[in-house]
Design a protein around this ligand. Sequence first.
Ligand SMILES: *Cc1c(COP(=O)(O)O)cnc(C)c1O
Length: 234
Amino acid sequence: MSEKSLDEYIATMERAIVGIRKDISEHAKGKVTLLAATKTVPAEAINYAVDRLGITDIGENRVQELLEKYDALHKENLNIHFIGRLQTNKVKYIIDKVCLIHSLDSERLAAEIDKQARKAGRVMDVLVEINIAGEESKGGISPEEAEEFALGLSKYPNLRARGLMAIPPAEASKEEFIKYFSKTRKIFIDIFQKKLHNDSSCILSMGMSDSYIEALDCGSNLIRLGSALFGRRN
Ligand SMILES: *Cc1c(COP(=O)(O)O)cnc(C)c1O
């Protein structure tokens, strides 16, 4: 399959961004962060989105791919997130490059992020990933264990729990998206607004290209869009 050219990326993004922003303004309950999920997207296309389309946040899935693109990215006004599954032995490569890790789902990973953040002299913001549909193939903490896990993170001085992230099943219907997102939102309120009381700054990361409208309707304040913005991945 041929690689998409920069011109093709630009044409797709220019076409898509207006509709995406309109959807956000119509469905957002408050301030919403539009995160561009940039796996397989070349750095030049990402830079165009950042320089010309007002994209301020991007998310990468793979450590190797992030490291390959990192030097070429225009980083002055850019927040880089890590949104994919993260192996403990790779935390050290991204600890100084990302602002938020969305995929925290084990005690072992929490301990390693805390350790590497301490070495780097920083506090790393994290989201607890919830395995909202109990899928074997996905990472994430079960809904039942989420609260205990999230509250337990306070023992790590160099790690700060900022909210939750969830990825619903890929083939779900609109009704199912709403069911899963509502459930995630409820867990989020219980932990971050009732228990941790940091409601002004907490993050509910849910909604992708096929589900962001439903996610916004359910109170998401960070949507992660790949194909809706960049077109189908090669
Ligand atoms: C790829 C990816 C997205 C974006 O997916 P699209 O369906 O292309 O919008 C969002 N979140 C995560 C964790 C991803 O891996």
